[in-house]
Design a protein around this ligand. Structure first.
Ligand SMILES: [Zn+2]
Length: 146
């Protein structure tokens, strides 16, 4: 969530760099009923700057669940959330059918906090799989990038 104004140029850069994907759950913006958000990976309240090194493309459900959080607890241990600007998706997550699995503690915390595998999110992914839209070409490229 942001209080700072994000220029159209910056918004275009973030969207194009993400290939239109939510950088957490890999949903493509064209498969969402709602426009995606440009999210501060490190929220402004934690001194995260409004520049391309700290912004990511994020679907509304991931963004709402993440809020300004930058860490969470996994089995009682504090872990930082997955950071799309410094972490590689396929190193932290794996796609198992419609379920996104964690390969790291950061990923486990991110999946939990952002509710990436909650029922409605799985139902949408299943609908998209059934219509041949998930994983999208852009998501397949992200899955292959280690
Ligand atoms: Zn998402």
């Amino acid at each position: 969530m942001s209080g700072s104004w994000i220029s159209e140029e910056l918004r275009r850069l973030v969207t194009s760099r993400a290939s239109g994907l939510c950088e957490y759950c890999l949903l493509h913006e064209t498969d969402s009923a709602y426009g995606f958000h440009v999210d501060h990976v490190i929220a402004e309240k934690h001194d995260g700057p409004t520049d391309d090194h700290n912004l990511c493309l994020c679907c509304p459900p991931c963004n709402r669940a993440k809020g300004s959080d930058i860490s969470t607890l996994v089995n009682g241990k504090m872990v930082r959330l997955f950071n799309p600007r410094i972490d590689i998706w396929a190193e932290h997550f794996a796609l198992d059918g419609i379920v996104i699995r964690a390969k790291s503690l950061s990923a486990a915390g991110t999946l939990k906090l952002l509710r990436i595998n909650d029922g409605p999110r799985l139902q949408l992914r299943q609908l998209l799989v059934d219509s041949g839209r998930f994983p999208s070409q852009a998501a397949l490229a992200r899955l292959a990038k280690l």
